[in-house]
Design a protein around this ligand. Structure first.
Ligand code: NI
Length: 176
């Protein structure tokens, strides 16, 4: 297993619609293991394949944060088959480090997909897991949580992000 570099906004891979996985071959097996390791190391509660530069329909999640691997979920070709209720909570994203904002999502979802062995699975979730599933499945559509915040918040985000990038570039220039 190895750690993968996480694609940072505005990397165009984050805007790509991820392709369906037709067969779980050795390269997908490897990608799953590497994404699990990368998620725990970050640390994050979820990671979509787009975020490591591979736009295929694969997400890993673990919202339990307690003992490692206790709540690990690997989902291939996930689809939301039912979504009900409404909830608003503060979200962040490993691809947009340091920025958090309130996002409104469905309270409960039912998601179907395949596990890493290719067996069909169905997950009925609420609370943090429901939010994380919606956030990760959005990634597979090229969608980010900043697309779901108000226009005013998004403007503030873009200005702040631009400033942060300029500061980063300046400090890199100072190194030589
Ligand atoms: Ni994210």
């Amino acid at each position: 297993m190895s750690l993968l570099p996480i694609s940072i906004y505005p990397d165009p891979v984050l805007r790509q619609k991820a392709a369906r996985i037709e067969s779980i071959d050795a390269s997908i097996e490897r990608l799953i293991d590497d994404m699990i390791e990368t998620m725990y190391e970050a640390p994050g509660i979820g990671l979509a394949a787009n975020q490591v530069g591979r736009p295929v329909r694969l997400v890993v999640l673990d919202v339990e944060r307690g003992e490692e691997s206790s709540g690990l979920i690997v989902l291939i070709n996930p689809e939301i088959v039912s979504a009900t209720g409404k909830t608003k909570s503060e979200e962040g994203c490993l691809s947009i480090p340091g920025y958090f904002a309130g996002v409104t999502r469905c309270q409960e979802v039912v998601v179907q997909g395949l596990d890493r062995r290719g067996n069909p699975i169905e997950i009925a979730a609420d609370g943090l897991l429901a939010i994380a599933l919606q956030h990760e499945i959005d990634h597979l559509e090229g969608k980010l949580f900043i697309d779901r915040i108000s226009a005013i918040s998004r403007d503030i985000f873009k200005r702040r992000w631009k400033k942060k990038r300029e500061e980063r570039t300046e400090s890199e220039l100072c190194l030589d």
